[in-house]
Write a new protein. Structure first.
Length: 279
């Protein structure tokens, strides 16, 4: 749909459990829903960020308020072929805006989110992007780099593009440092509830060696570089931006393992140039 569906705008950006239900208590003005390293949760866990983090030097609350409008929930409606039958499947992910077009907004996410994995989530038939205001827009894949598990999507924002499309800034050079602050903002599962995940970039490993992450996906380069993070992420956070201390995007959350391990795909401004060249 080129026109937005704002029927759920009154429900926009509510704190939600992993099951998509609104949390009985909503966060206060300086609180945010979090995914904390080593702590299990069902999604309705908040932390107060009134003061900047003294260990990382990052103002998480200010970062969230500034960047959240640029990050969207992705909803995939698809199917899985099983025993000769087509079984409906639905799954979710995250994407972030990177460029403005005449009547649309371009965003980066993971290839496995928007193109699916037949034996894991399924084959997508329809893709929808939901903004922080609760408005829904059609999304389509316009470029992929399967080897890096990246995809560029076009969100059909139409005449609302100028108001909605707020591209994030990407780093110039690859983040390959260790023990430096990292923050991801993404939605979990298909809940539409957005979370802050604090952690650290812990250097670079080859994808095939990045344990306990699952094995590389079909078509993914096992020898590609990934950033290893100490961070708690959940399914659906895949495709979320991983911010460096300066507030620029340094990686795309790929997947996690346990309550304190994740990997992300390092990106730079050149990554967007390369993806656009694949259109």
């Amino acid at each position: 749909m080129d026109a937005s569906d704002s029927s759920n705008s009154s429900q926009a950006d509510k704190a939600r459990s992993f099951f998509g239900t609104e949390c009985p208590l909503q966060p206060g003005p300086t609180e945010l829903p979090t995914l904390d390293v080593g702590r299990n949760t069902q999604g309705c866990q908040f932390r107060d960020f009134a003061q900047p983090d003294t260990s990382s030097g990052m103002d998480i609350l200010a970062l969230y308020k500034e960047k959240r409008p640029s990050i969207v929930q992705l909803k995939m409606d698809g199917h899985k072929d099983k025993g000769g039958q087509s079984i409906p499947e639905n799954w979710g992910g995250t994407a972030f805006m990177v460029a403005t077009e005449a009547n649309s907004c371009l965003a980066i996410t993971d290839n496995h989110v928007v193109n699916g994995v037949p034996n894991i989530n399924g084959i997508p038939d329809k893709r929808t992007a939901v903004t922080n205001t609760g408005e829904s827009f059609d999304a389509k894949v316009i470029a992929t780099d399967k080897s890096q598990d990246l995809a560029l999507i076009e969100i059909a924002t139409g005449d609302k593009t100028a108001a909605i499309c707020k591209p994030l800034e990407i780093v110039d050079t690859k983040m390959d440092q260790a023990n430096v602050p990292a923050v991801a903002i993404g939605q979990a599962y298909t809940s539409g509830g957005f979370f802050v995940a604090e952690g650290t970039f812990d250097g670079i490993k080859k994808r095939g060696d990045a344990k306990p992450a699952p094995s590389p996906l079909p078509g993914e380069d096992a020898d590609r570089d990934v950033q290893v993070l100490t961070m708690h992420v959940r399914p659906g956070v895949s495709g979320a931006p991983a911010f460096a201390k300066d507030g620029k995007v340094a990686g795309v959350i790929d997947m996690g393992g346990g309550l304190g391990f994740a990997i992300s795909t390092p990106i730079t401004k050149q990554t967007l140039v390369d993806l656009k060249a694949k259109k």
